[in-house]
Design a protein around this ligand. Structure first.
Ligand SMILES: [Zn+2]
Length: 270
């Protein structure tokens, strides 16, 4: 027989508020529940004192571990659809859902500090400002960008057409595995991100799909400089659901900058 505490816990679980999130990349709705202390604990433990960029350099396998934890928490907080798989989301939708999850779990305001990167004139010349800037942003006020198609097609000699599609969450894992296997340097990551968007290749009327990242890399190496630039432009226009860009201004020195906000690891801590 269930104890009274079990009954209480069951009652709590079955009465949690649900929120509907309309995905941007796909015309689909998901129902989410707020994260609980259990989830916060898992995320905080996984990302304590971590800088993703340096981690990518020193221990890419750790990045994979953190990614897995984020995906598990997201899956746990999506109530519907029952077969929800975060890996099948477009990266843009994955990120957007994470922002919404943060909003319903912890509120939409993120407060953070940063040091001013501007300079000031003094009698001894130009000196760094280093003013401590206190910033507060409201996630609800950030502009939401609608989905833009990455419908760039690149023609290679021999009547070969290379088709691209927006990256999915699962591509992040493929990319990470590739970097571990090849011992790639993090400076190669941006180019690999673009390469991973190659979806299929058309050849003699045939559609060649299921390309490995290695295959995609070989195809990409046949691009001309201008073709690379063209696809780079297409990729840059692929806006994420919430671009997370904030305008920052220092009142002391007048320095102004548009920054991309916070690393994922800080996202639930701040
Ligand atoms: Zn300043």
């Amino acid at each position: 027989m269930a104890s009274e505490i079990d009954n209480i816990l069951k009652k709590v679980d079955s009465n949690v508020a649900h929120h509907i999130v309309k995905l941007i990349g796909e015309d689909k709705e998901v129902k989410i529940r707020p994260m609980t202390m259990k989830h916060f604990k898992i995320l905080l433990k996984s990302s304590e004192g971590i800088n993703r960029e340096s981690l990518l350099k020193e221990a890419p396998e750790e990045v994979k571990k953190i990614d897995t934890i984020f995906d598990a928490v997201m899956k746990d907080c999506v109530v519907e659809p029952a077969d929800f798989d975060p890996l099948e989301l477009f990266s843009a939708d994955w990120y957007y859902l994470l922002v919404m999850l943060r909003t319903v779990s912890k509120g939409s305001t993120i407060d953070f500090n940063m040091q001013c990167m501007g300079t000031m004139e003094s009698t001894s010349g130009s000196i760094p400002c280093k003013e401590r800037l206190k910033l507060s942003i409201d996630l609800n006020e950030l502009e939401k960008a609608s989905r833009k198609k990455l419908d760039v097609k690149i023609n290679l000699p021999g009547k070969i057409k290379v088709h691209f599609s927006p990256p999915k969450r699962k591509d992040a894992y493929v990319l990470n595995d590739y970097m571990i296997e090849k011992g790639s340097s993090p400076v190669e990551e941006p180019i690999l991100r673009i390469v991973s968007c190659i979806d299929w290749v058309e050849h003699d009327g045939n559609k060649v799909t299921n390309l490995s990242l290695d295959d995609k890399m070989k195809i990409f190496e046949r691009f001309s400089y201008l073709q690379k630039k063209e696809i780079q432009k297409g990729y840059d226009q692929l806006s994420f659901g919430i671009p997370m860009l904030v305008d920052i201004k220092c009142n002391k020195c007048g320095y102004e900058v548009r920054e991309r906000l916070v690393d994922l690891a800080d996202f639930f801590i701040l």
